[in-house]
Design a protein around this ligand. Structure first.
Ligand SMILES: [Zn+2]
Length: 238
């Protein structure tokens, strides 16, 4: 997991994941070299080809593990003799899917996945870590959420808070910085505050961050709930 954490950007993680999926556990040395250069130039992730091979192997092990579950789930379906062709299931956990969710998953992931497993597949390791730390503290939040066209790493709707976990290039690349500022401004207009963390912060103080967030989320959720039932206007009129 520690090695995997080095790929600390959603897009970079997707690229490596797709590479692993494409080459199915056999990673050509020249391509590993190229990929390592791409990660370094575009995403400021320094990783030599040998380390990248190890990381790819870890991801491949995960995929293989998942494939085994897929086979078992298929076996279970077959044994249930469910012959209705109208039914769709998550390939990993076998939960039944509505047609729309199935279609979405096939279009975006090329396989049949429930919402939970779609999110898990897409989430970067750092976002997943913070998400799990907050869930452990009883915070209800969504991993890999979407608001209009925006992708949000973690959304806490009750507290009107978005949390972003960003790779180094979010701070170093002016173009990315402008995009983030505009996104946050837009969210703010929609009533959502945005808090961004760097990967290093998540690595170094995950528990402290999760503790602080949990406290703030409780306060904000309470405040917004009160406002909902006692809007500012009516308080003034008392
Ligand atoms: Zn599932």
């Amino acid at each position: 997991m520690q090695l995997l954490d080095k790929i600390n950007d959603n897009k970079a993680y997707d690229i490596v994941y797709n590479f692993v999926e494409k080459y199915q556990g056999k990673f050509p040395a020249d391509l590993l070299g190229e990929l390592s250069r791409l990660l370094s130039i575009k995403y400021k992730i320094t990783m030599d080809a040998m380390t990248l091979r190890e990381v790819s192997q870890i991801i491949w092990d995960k995929i293989e593990q998942e494939n085994k579950l897929v086979k078992l789930a298929k076996l279970e379906r077959d044994l249930k003799r469910d012959t209705s062709s109208q039914d769709y299931y998550c390939e990993v956990c076998n939960v039944k899917l509505p047609k729309t969710e199935y279609d979405y998953s096939m279009t975006n992931f090329g396989k049949s996945l429930c919402l939970h497993h779609q999110r898990e597949k897409r989430a970067s390791p750092h976002a997943l870590k913070l998400y799990e730390a907050m869930r452990k503290r009883g915070v209800f939040c969504e991993l890999e959420s979407y608001n209009s066209s925006k992708h949000i790493d973690i959304a806490v709707r009750d507290a009107r808070l978005y949390i972003g976990i960003d790779g180094e290039h979010h701070n170093l690349d002016p173009e990315q910085l402008v995009i983030d500022l505009m996104k946050d401004e837009e969210s703010s207009k929609e009533g959502f505050a945005t808090k961004r963390y760097s990967l290093k912060e998540i690595d170094e103080s995950l528990d402290g961050i999760a503790d602080a967030l949990t406290e703030v989320i409780k306060q904000r959720a309470k405040k917004f709930q009160q406002e909902k039932f006692f809007p500012q206007e009516s308080i003034k009129n008392f």
